[in-house]
Design a protein around this ligand. Structure first.
Ligand code: SIN
Ligand code: MN
Length: 230
C-alpha cells in the first residue's frame, strides 16, 4: 500500500491534507534529524517510565501493544480499573516524565488549541502488534484535538466515522507523519491493522512508536484564578 502524496481536490490546511472534516494529515512533518531527536527524547523518557503491557477491562486480556506515558496524566487500562487517566505509572508508581519537547512543538504548531496537552500516550508496536477499532473518549475535553505522531516502522492505519459500522478507509502512516483528529473527527473510530516490519531503520530493534497528545481536563475559564499554563 502506498501513501498518497497528493490528494486531488482537497485544500491543504497549513501544509496538511484534509482527509475528512476535522482530520488533517501532515505527511513527513518531522524530517530525519527531528525523528532521531524525538526518538532520543522517548528513549530517555522510557528509562524513567518503562514500557508495560496494559490489559483489557474485565477480561484482563493483554494488549498486543506496549504502552507508557509522558505528561501530568497518562492513559492506562487494567482488568479491574478499566480505561482511565492517572498521574503515576501503574507498575513503578512514579510520576510520568515530561512530554518530549518536539512533541509539544508539534502540538503548538498544529493543534489550533490554546492550552497545553496533559497526556502523551506512547504505544510501542512490534511487527505483530495491532490496535482494534476504537474511539478516544476518556477525556473530558473534546474541543481539543488528538495529535498523533508516528515514528519507526510504517503501519496501515484505519479510520472511519462516528459509528463502528461506518465505512473505513486505510492510510499508510510513515515515520515523521502526523495526524490531527479534531472537530468532527475527534471521536472517529480508528485503529492499526498492520505494521510493515523493517520499513524504517529509525528505532534500534525495529518496531513502531506512536505518540498521541491529548488534553484531558477542561481548562478553567479565564478569570477564575487558574494558574498560568505554558
Ligand atoms: C491510538 O489510537 O492510540 C494509536 C493510533 C496509532 O498507533 O496510530
Ligand atoms: Mn486512539
Amino acid at each position: 500500500m502506498r501513501q498518497q502524496s497528493e490528494l486531488p481536490g482537497i485544500a491543504p490546511a497549513r501544509g496538511g491534507h484534509c482527509l475528512a472534516p476535522g482530520l488533517t494529515f501532515y505527511q513527513g512533518h518531522f524530517d530525519d534529524a527531528a525523528q532521531r531527536a524525538l526518538a532520543d527524547e522517548i528513549a530517555e523518557a522510557v528509562l524513567q517510565a518503562p514500557w508495560y503491557v496494559p490489559r483489557m477491562p474485565r477480561s484482563g486480556r493483554a494488549f498486543s501493544v506496549k504502552m507508557t506515558n509522558c505528561g501530568s496524566l497518562g492513559w492506562v487500562s487494567d482488568r479491574d480499573g478499566g480505561y482511565r487517566y492517572q498521574a503515576v505509572h501503574p507498575v513503578t508508581g512514579a510520576a510520568w516524565p515530561s512530554i518530549p519537547h518536539l512533541a509539544l512543538n508539534a502540538w503548538r504548531a498544529l493543534s489550533s488549541y490554546p492550552h497545553p496537552p496533559e497526556a502523551c500516550l506512547l504505544n510501542f508496536y512490534d511487527s505483530h502488534a495491532r490496535m482494534g477499532l476504537h474511539q478516544d473518549r476518556d477525556e473530558l475535553e473534546f474541543a481539543a484535538p488528538v495529535v498523533s505522531i508516528s515514528l519507526g516502522d510504517s503501519c496501515c492505519f484505519r479510520y472511519g466515522g462516528l459509528l463502528r459500522s461506518d465505512p473505513a478507509k486505510k492510510l499508510e502512516l510513515c515515520s515523521g507523519d502526523i495526524l490531527v483528529m479534531g472537530g468532527a473527527a475527534r471521536l472517529m473510530f480508528h485503529g492499526v491493522d498492520k505494521i510493515f516490519a523493517a520499513s524504517s531503520g529509525l528505532l534500534p530493534g525495529g518496531g513502531r512508536i506512536n505518540l498521541t497528545l491529548r488534553r484531558v481536563t477542561r481548562p478553567r475559564p479565564a478569570g477564575t484564578g487558574a494558574a498560568r499554563e505554558s
